[in-house]
Design a protein around this ligand. Structure first.
Ligand code: CU
Length: 456
C-alpha cells in the first residue's frame, strides 16, 4: 500500500494537495491511505478498539483508521482514479483513495466514527451512508440534508454505528454521473460480540456496472440499462479473484447492488441461507435454503453456508448477458442460418469481421483482433479449456488443505478418480420408441383460426 504522504511528496501533487486543503485543516486530518493495486488485500486485523473478525474485500481493501479520543477517524478522498477492470483493460473512473470502489470501512456496533471527506473531483459531491441509522444531518443528501462538498473542500461526518450488518456508501450528489463513474464502497459494522454470527471466511463486494466502448476508457454515464461491463467491485472475469476457502469453513458472502438492475447471484455445489438483509440479521427460524439469491437495486444481502464440497465451483450472476464482457447487443441471431456467403462478402470489406455462429455463439476458441483497451467477450482459461465467461463470474475454490487465514489461489482442483464427467465410449443403450397415447374422446380438437379476433 502506498501512503498518500509518500505519494504526494516532492511533486506537483504536493502543491495541488496543499492548495486543496487548508493548512490548519491538513494538520488535523487523519492520513488518507492510498491503494493503487486491484488485487484482493489480506484482511485488516484491527490494531485497536473492540476486536472483530475482519472481512476480505474482493479485489479491494479496508480503510485504516486513526483512534482519537475513542473515536475512529477515517479519511476518504473523492478523486479520479485509474482502475484495471481486468488485465488488458483500464478505465478512467472516479473513486476514493486511489480505487473504485473505495476502500471498505469496518467498524464495530456502538463505535463512534468520524469520517473526513475531501473532494478532489471537478464537481461537488457528498456521501450517503446507505442503510445506517444516524442523525438526519449526517445522511449526506445534497440539498436536502447538507450543501454539496465543493471541489477542494473537506466535510466531516460523525455518528454512531448503531446496527451490525452490511452497508454501502455512495454519493447523493449528481448521482447518475458519480455512481456511473464508480463512486461507491462497502461498509461492514461487526457485532459487539465477535462470537456472534462468527464465520471462518467473510467476503464482501459490490455489484456495479459500466458502459465503456471498446477502445475507450471513460464510462458513458447516460446509459441506463445496456451496460457492457458487469462487475464485482469494478472487476470482470477473468480479472475477478477466486473466493478461496477451506473445506468445512463456514463462509459468508456479502454483496450490495449499486447497478440499475437486479442480479440473481448463484453458487454451485452448495446450498446457502440468506442470513443478512438491509434491515439486519435474519433470525435462524426465518431463513430458507437457496442456491440463487436475487439482489435487487439498492439492496445488500449476506449469504452463509458450510463449504463442505471440495472443488472449483462457479459463482456468478444468473443473467447470462451479465457473464459476458464488452460486446454489441444488437446482433441478429444466426443459429440455423447458413451465412458463410455473407461472411465472405463482409470479410472482403472488413478482413477481421466475425459473425455470431450459425451453430451457436460460442467463440471461446476463436480470436478476433480486439481494439485497444477492451476485453474478449468471454474467456478465462480453465483446466479443460475456455470457461467462456466474463463479467459477474468467479470461482469458489474449496480445498481440504487450505490453511486458516490463507487466501492464496491454490490452482485448479484435482478431481479424484471416477468423479469427472467423461466421454462415453461403451455400447449405446438400445432406445425404445415412445408410443403415442391413443386418441380418445377427451382429446381436444383445436381448429386453426377458430378463436375470435385471430386472422390468418
Ligand atoms: Cu447480473
Amino acid at each position: 500500500m502506498n501512503s498518500r504522504r509518500n505519494f504526494l511528496s516532492g511533486s506537483v501533487a504536493t502543491m495541488l494537495g496543499a492548495a486543496l486543503v487548508t493548512k490548519a485543516g491538513a494538520a488535523s486530518l487523519p492520513e488518507a491511505p492510498l491503494q493503487s493495486s486491484a488485487a484482493t488485500m489480506p484482511p485488516l486485523m484491527p490494531p485497536n478498539g473492540r476486536p472483530y473478525n475482519p472481512v476480505v474485500t474482493l479485489n479491494g481493501w479496508t480503510l485504516p483508521w486513526r483512534m482519537k479520543d475513542n473515536v475512529k477517524e477515517f479519511h476518504l478522498v473523492a478523486e479520479p482514479v485509474v482502475r484495471e477492470v481486468a488485465p488488458g483493460m483500464t478505465a478512467n473512473l472516479w473513486g476514493y483513495n486511489g480505487q473504485s470502489p473505495g476502500p471498505t470501512i469496518e467498524v464495530v456496533e456502538g463505535d463512534r466514527v468520524r469520517i473526513f471527506v475531501t473532494n478532489k473531483l471537478p464537481e461537488h459531491t457528498s456521501i450517503h451512508w446507505h442503510g445506517q441509522e444516524l442523525p438526519n444531518g449526517m445522511d449526506g443528501v445534497t440539498g436536502l440534508t447538507q450543501p454539496g462538498i465543493a471541489p477542494g473542500k473537506t466535510f466531516v461526518y460523525e455518528f454512531i454505528a448503531r446496527r451490525p450488518g452490511t452497508f454501502m456508501y455512495h454519493p447523493h450528489a449528481d448521482e447518475m454521473v458519480q455512481m456511473a463513474m464508480g463512486m461507491m464502497g462497502s461498509w461492514v459494522t461487526h457485532p459487539k460480540n465477535p462470537a456472534q454470527h462468527r464465520v471462518d471466511r467473510d467476503f464482501v463486494f459490490l455489484l456495479n456496472a459500466y458502459d465503456i466502448e471498446p477502445g475507450a476508457r471513460v464510462p458513458k454515464v447516460s446509459t441506463m440499462l445496456d451496460f457492457n461491463l458487469w462487475t464485482f467491485n469494478s472487476r470482470v472475469f477473468p480479472g475477478i479473484d477466486p473466493l478461496v476457502v477451506r473445506q468445512g469453513d463456514r463462509v459468508r458472502i456479502r454483496a450490495g447492488n449499486l447497478t440499475m438492475t437486479n442480479h440473481p447471484i448463484h453458487v454451485h455445489g452448495h446450498s446457502f441461507e440468506v442470513t443478512g438483509t438491509d434491515g439486519g440479521w435474519v433470525p435462524a427460524t426465518a431463513r430458507w435454503p437457496e442456491v440463487t439469491t436475487d439482489i435487487a437495486v439498492g439492496q445488500m444481502r449476506a449469504i452463509e453456508f458450510v463449504a463442505d464440497a471440495p472443488g472449483d465451483w462457479a459463482l456468478h450472476c444468473h443473467k447470462s448477458h451479465h457473464t459476458m464482457n464488452a460486446m454489441g447487443h444488437n446482433v441478429p441471431t444466426m443459429i440455423g442460418v447458413d451465412h458463410s456467403g455473407v461472411a465472405q462478402k463482409i470479410n472482403a470489406l472488413v478482413p477481421d469481421y466475425m459473425v455470431m455462429g450459425d451453430k451457436g455463439g460460442s467463440m471461446g476458441g476463436m480470436q478476433m483482433p480486439l481494439p485497444e483497451n477492451t476485453l474478449p467477450m468471454m474467456s478465462g482459461d480453465g483446466p479443460f479449456g475456455d470457461i467462456e465467461m466474463g463479467g459477474m463470474f468467479t470461482v469458489l475454490k474449496v480445498r481440504t488443505g487450505q490453511a486458516r487465514n490463507d487466501y492464496k489461489d491454490p490452482g485448479w482442483y484435482k478431481h479424484p478418480p471416477g468423479t469427472l464427467a467423461r466421454e462415453w465410449t461403451g455400447p449405446m443403450p438400445a432406445a425404445d420408441a415412445a408410443k403415442a397415447p391413443p386418441a380418445d374422446v377427451n382429446t381436444l380438437d383445436v381448429k386453426r383460426g377458430s378463436m375470435p379476433g385471430m386472422h390468418h
